[in-house]
Every structure is written in C-alpha cells, then in structure tokens.
Design a protein around this ligand. Structure first.
Ligand code: HEM
Length: 208
C-alpha cells in the first residue's frame, strides 16, 4: 500500500489540513479574543508536531519494518519548515510590524525567543537543501550529517515551549519525551550498525 505513488497526495492534503482549519476559523471570526496570540500559538504547535512526526519516521520504519515510510519524510519535514515560517511571519509581521531592531532585542533579551529563533535558524539549511539536487551536490553522507540538525531544532523547539509556559509544563514535557525517545532509538540503531560484524569465515568446527 505504501508503495502507491498517489498516496503522497492525501498525505500532502492532510499536512495542509491544520492551515485549512486555521483559515476556516479566521473566515468565521473564531480566533479567540486575541487572534494574533491564537495564530502564533497555533502555528508554533503545528511546527513542533511536524518536527516530531519527521523524527518518528525513521524509528517507525525500522521498528515496523516499513521501509517505504521514508518516501514521506521529506514532505513532512518540509511541512515543519512551512509551519515554522508561518509562525515566524506571524511574530515578525503581526506582532513586531517588521521592526527588526525590536525583534533582535527580543532574541537577545528573552530566552524563550532565543530558543525559538535557534530552532528556526537550524531548520533553514534543512529546508534549503531538501532537494534531490542538493543531496547529489553534498553527497549522501554529508547531507545526512547536515540533516541531523533536525534533532537540534526539535530540542530547541521544546526548550522554547518549556520556557514560555509559566506553569502548565505537561505539554512541553510530553513533546520533550517524544523527542528523547526518537533520539534514543536513533542512537541505538547507530550503535548496532557500528558493532563489529560476526566473523563469517571462521573455521567450521569438525563434526564428530
Ligand atoms: C524565530 C523563531 C520563533 C519566534 C520568534 C517564536 C515566537 C513565539 C511566540 C511569541 C510565541 C507565543 C508566546 C505567547 O503567546 O506567550 C510562541 C509560541 C510557541 N512557539 Fe514559537 N517562535 C519561534 C520559533 C518556533 C519554533 C521553530 C517552534 C517549534 C519547533 C516553535 C514552537 C512554539 C510553540 C509550541 C509555542 C506555544 C504554543 C502554545 O502555547 O500552544 N516556535 N513562539
């Protein structure tokens, strides 16, 4: 089933659904009493969710033995970047009115903004080098190394969320646990792949 090429279309539409839902609520003037805060939080939530979905692909395809899941990783990762751009645009446009000085002031002074900014900046090279052309240009190994930045981005995103909530820390901790699980599974597979292989040409003991 996962091999079907058309499957990418419903997955693409599903990834767009959060934006559609936001548009629907905006159309119905249902964005709470503070629409800017609502949109900022909504797009921030979906950025982090898509990052977690991206990180979940490799463990899931290995644990469930579904190698074809890899086909969706690039698309889902790009959606994380897309929602982070919307999140950032909401902040810089609707919140700061393109006042770059004010924004840099925020980045330097407010630790939760510094963490969010770090997470966003780490995603930029991933988004820009996501094409097949860039995989060829960088070479598979270097491209893979670069794309490990996704873990740094996710960790910074969780810290950003944790630092901005005052007391309701359950949700950032929940995302933190998911990111930690993905990291541990990844490290385990890496350690297994580095284990010296069993000697295959050892002498076969004589059968008496
Ligand atoms: C330049 C980058 C970023 C800036 C300036 C920024 C700024 C903000 C601001 C101002 C808020 C709302 C705070 C409030 O209402 O009190 C927020 C919320 C949030 N941001 Fe970001 N952010 C950035 C990047 C990111 C990234 C990359 C992620 C995800 C990895 C993220 C995830 C979140 C989450 C989950 C929330 C809270 C949503 C909720 O309360 O349900 N942010 N961000």
């Amino acid at each position: 089933m996962l091999r079907k090429r058309w499957l990418k279309i419903p997955v693409f539409l599903l990834c767009l659904a959060p934006l559609g839902w936001l548009g629907w609520r905006a159309w119905n003037q249902d964005l709470s009493a503070n629409p800017i805060e609502f949109i900022t939080r909504y797009t921030g939530d979906w950025t982090l969710r898509f990052l977690v979905f991206t990180l979940a692909i490799t463990p899931l395809r290995k644990l469930l033995r579904l190698p074809d899941l890899i086909k969706f990783r690039r698309m889902i990762g790009l959606f994380a970047f897309f929602y982070s751009c919307l999140h950032f645009t909401t902040y810089i446009w609707l919140d700061k009115f393109f006042d770059l000085t004010e924004m840099l002031h925020d980045v330097a002074r407010r630790p939760f903004i510094t963490a969010g900014f770090t997470s966003f900046v780490l995603m930029i090279p991933l988004g820009l080098t996501s094409t097949t052309g860039w995989i060829r240009r960088l070479g598979g190994k270097r491209w893979q190394m670069l794309h490990r930045l996704v873990y740094g981005s996710a960790v910074a995103g969780v810290i950003h969320y944790y630092w901005l909530v005052k007391s309701a820390v359950q949700r950032p901790i929940f995302y933190g646990v998911l990111v930690a699980i993905a990291l541990v599974i990844r490290a385990t597979f890496w350690a297994i792949s580095k284990r010296p292989r069993q000697e295959t040409n050892a002498p076969i003991p004589a059968v008496r």
